[in-house]
Ligand binder design. Sequence first.
Ligand code: 2RA
Length: 335
Amino acid sequence: MSRNIAIAGVTGVVGQEFLRLIEERNFKFDSLKMLASSRSAGKKIAFMGEEYTIEELTENSFKGVDVALFSAGGSQSKKFADAVVQSGAVMIDNSSAFRMDPAAPLVVPEVNPEAIKANKGIIANPNCSTIIALVPVWPLHKQNSVKRMVISTYQAASGAGIAAMNELKKQSADILEGREPVCEALPYQAAFNVFCHDSKIGENGYNEEEMKMVNETRKIFDDSQIAITCTCVRVPVMRAHSESINLEFEKPADPAWVREVLEDSPGVIVIDDRDKNRFPMPAIDADGKDDIYVGRIRQDESIPDGRGINLWVCGDQIRKGAALNAVQIAEAMDF
Ligand code: 2RA
């Protein structure tokens, strides 16, 4: 079997991380096509000792391609999905375009790798905050069903793209030097401020980012009954998300059991030192790393019968929250 890969959106933050991961993880490929908008077509990228020329992303880009890693925005994923599938390739899509499509598996390899083989040409990569929450919650849920999750997210600027990351830096400098901050890539001042995620708010008062956590969790866990509520906030951090997660289990759960399970779980690192008050920090621990960091493991004493647990988690939004999860899906595929 050939291993002909294409990356659509190769010049973006996630596209660039795909390249880093393919090299770091020695992901074997026979050919690699770098695809982007017409603005970038013709530009050269040096990669693994070769010089690649970026090609314009068109319907004809996928002839002979086996796997197409997409991170070019939902409209581009929808526009080119048929072309990818009809060429015989599998699209691993980082946008939200197909996440709730019943025909598209929504996959976190540590959670539901078996879903991959059911794909009909499209595999959806979950939202970053969903991935970061579910990697540690799943091993617990497997042993003791989670009946309810309450999640508050503290999301990095990278979730809004490279322009937002640059704007956070500029806003910080402007404010420190007494200038008015500019808000173009970000809807509000992010420096020295927090604001609720600016995705569209629905009839129920939740924004789309919060409903992604609810709906994607139920699909990935294949559990339509799990109760979930979520509040998503943007914070002045560059590229790692943090989340406060409250879990109500079916049976009693204590911090020692949680710590034991998580310390033995793939993709999870526990940092939980109460004596030193040392717990995961997005910029210090998670930034640029592959694992999800978990701490503040403690009983939620407000839930009866010892069935409540609180966690604090941090994870890199660009790596495990997007590019790494997609590359791990490709690694798990039999092609
Ligand atoms: C955000 N999760 O952080 C979104 C990006 N995919 O805004």
